[in-house]
Design a protein around this ligand. Structure first.
Ligand SMILES: Nc1ncnc2c1ncn2[C@@H]1O[C@H](COP(=O)(O)OP(=O)(O)OP(=O)(O)O)[C@@H](O)[C@H]1O
Length: 277
């Protein structure tokens, strides 16, 4: 669905943000795109949707070159950005105007989603809160039935109950012809939703693994004493250590996405070795 080859990109005269980046994302998954501030997640998403163009290399998305921005590409891609502006009109009017750009827009689903998020068709888009606007955009994006949905920090601004509603509606909307890419720092909101996990660091994809292979190859746990050997990464918290070790095959173990992210970004070579041996 997304094929990126040897992508290089920099803003203006700045140093390279991506240097020969390669990434291939088949359909049917909810990809989690993680990275530190400034790693380039939003930039990569903009390139996938054709809002920014590569300096060198190729990007192919749903058999299209995104930068051509052809209508038959745009009707298959929906991007919910972190910051956005909505026109001064009701949900109903917005729906009447914009749903026709998406040939498979499902009005019934849209109504289910906004009901789930406790919005009303008569709500005015400029008279609802940031979190409510976000819920509206998520509902609209999911209901487009487009093949690629990109969500940049989708749970920012959502209250606690809405985060689980978000997980529920997103999980219900994925199928094998569709892909979602979710870029986020809110890793706790995404546990058990995003799979595979992609980590972008210093211009490269440093980690790209599915949940099954992660839990097969590494385990996470707590201990009072740090073992002499076998620890890939450790964090000290409240008088004990949370550790990541190679899985010896006996451990079912807990899974903690935040710990995985910290471990990978601090010990890239070791993770590369474990997952590529
Ligand atoms: N319009 C721009 N002009 C110049 N530099 C930019 C522009 N937009 C982003 N950058 C720079 O590119 C780098 C990547 O930015 P980007 O927003 O893609 O990162 P990110 O991973 O999404 O960060 P965050 O997690 O903070 O949202 C940063 O160093 C940023 O300063």
């Amino acid at each position: 669905m997304i094929d990126i080859k040897n992508l290089s990109f920099n803003y203006g005269q700045k140093q390279m943000l991506f240097d020969q980046l390669n990434l291939s994302l088949p359909a049917g998954h909810i990809y989690g795109l993680l990275g530190k501030n400034g790693a380039g997640k939003s930039t990569l998403i903009k390139m996938i949707t054709g809002l920014l163009f590569p300096k060198t290399g190729q990007i192919e998305v749903i058999d299209h070159v995104p930068q051509n921005r052809r209508p038959d590409f745009l009707q298959e891609v929906y991007l919910v950005t972190e910051e956005f502006q909505l026109p001064d009109m009701s949900l109903k009017r917005y729906l009447n105007l914009y749903s026709s750009f998406y040939p498979r827009f499902n009005h019934e689903n849209f109504e289910q989603y906004i009901q789930e998020f406790q919005l009303s068709m008569d709500d005015k888009l400029n008279a609802i809160s940031y979190g409510q606007k976000k819920k509206f955009l998520l509902s609209f994006g999911l209901a487009t039935n487009c093949r690629l949905l990109l969500l940049d920090e989708p749970t920012n601004g959502l209250d606690i109950p809405s985060k689980s509603q978000f997980r529920k509606v997103v999980a219900s909307a994925i199928h094998e012809e569709r892909s979602f890419v979710i870029s986020t720092h809110q890793v706790r909101d995404m546990e058990h939703l995003i799979d595979p996990i992609i980590i972008l660091d210093e211009g490269q994809i440093v980690f790209f693994e599915d949940f099954e292979s992660i839990t097969q190859k590494i385990s996470m746990g707590k201990t009072k004493e740090l073992p002499d050997e076998g620890v890939i990464y450790a964090e000290s918290t409240f008088g004990q250590y949370t550790i990541v070790t190679e899985n010896d095959g006996e451990n079912e173990g807990n899974f903690n996405l935040e710990l995985l992210f910290n471990a990978v970004t601090q010990n890239k070579e070791k993770f590369y070795q474990i997952f590529n041996s």
